[in-house]
Design a protein around this ligand. Sequence first.
Ligand SMILES: [Zn+2]
Length: 343
Amino acid sequence: MPGSGRALRTLLLCAALTAGCGTPARSLPIDAGAVDLRCCTQGEEAVTIQYLGVGGWLFRMGEASLLTAPFFSNPGLFEVGVGRIATDTAMVDRFLPPVSDVEAILVGHAHYDHLMDVPYIARRKAPSARVYGSRTAVNLLQGDPELDPARLVSVEESAGDHASAGEWTYVSGGRIRFMALRSGHAPHFMGIHLYRGQQEEPAQELPDRAWEWLEGTPLAYLVDFLAEDGSVIYRVHYQDAASEAPAGFPPPLDDGIGVDLAILCPPGYEEVDGYPEAVLERLAPRQVFLGHWEDFFRPRTEALRSVPGTDLETFVARMEAVLPPGTDWSMPEPGWVVRISPD
Ligand SMILES: [Zn+2]
């Protein structure tokens, strides 16, 4: 029974994670509240970014908006290890800001902490959004009979990589475009990489075990916010898993436009070589935000702690050692909002 093997490995993960408990957030340099930043955008329009927790970020520029898959349910280690897991709709209702106008939800990979809350959000909160992700993500979400399959779009086939450009997808009346990039996913601990694999066929129902949310092909995204004339106002590189170079790198685009913001994912960085140094050297971003840093095995209503088993202080030291001069970084608390306007 493949499931029981995975359950055993998950238990091992739980034991390891519990041994390396997270750090209380008060000892970390967390950004909170609402921040105004004069930096990086071109033209007159401001871009507002809200950190929602785990892989979730909400971007707004005027009427245009884009969401990356957020996660609010935070089942405990026991449920993840051996029990059943499901979306906590009360937590989504409480912590997800209004997204009824959002047209696109980007998914980096299909593990439960990135995809499990997406069906409820797509059905009830963002009913006009399409969900973009890997073939595995699309096949898993087809297990929800209430989700119109026409709203599920695989961008795996049109993804680019470090050497060749992928296709741009335009949303929000042409004011936002994104390109998926073939990326990677670091092992979880001690070289053990959980929940790997592809969902080759449409699922008959949504998974209710953590190990059934198969990773699929991990994707990073390049996201451009565009002016009316199509010129780039702000460029973001988004990753929701640590990866080994050159996985997740953008291709040479020859458009002379740099990356304004890199969103990095610390968990697992010790399990691969050169993360985050290599991606930061490639992107040379003007700003860096760290996501997925908080303990998502605890309810959102409890005090923040860092994700167990990840040495964030060392991650930050390694990151700071390679950041270009003048590049600022933030590790925000879920709910944090930053408004970025021209300097
Ligand atoms: Zn994952």
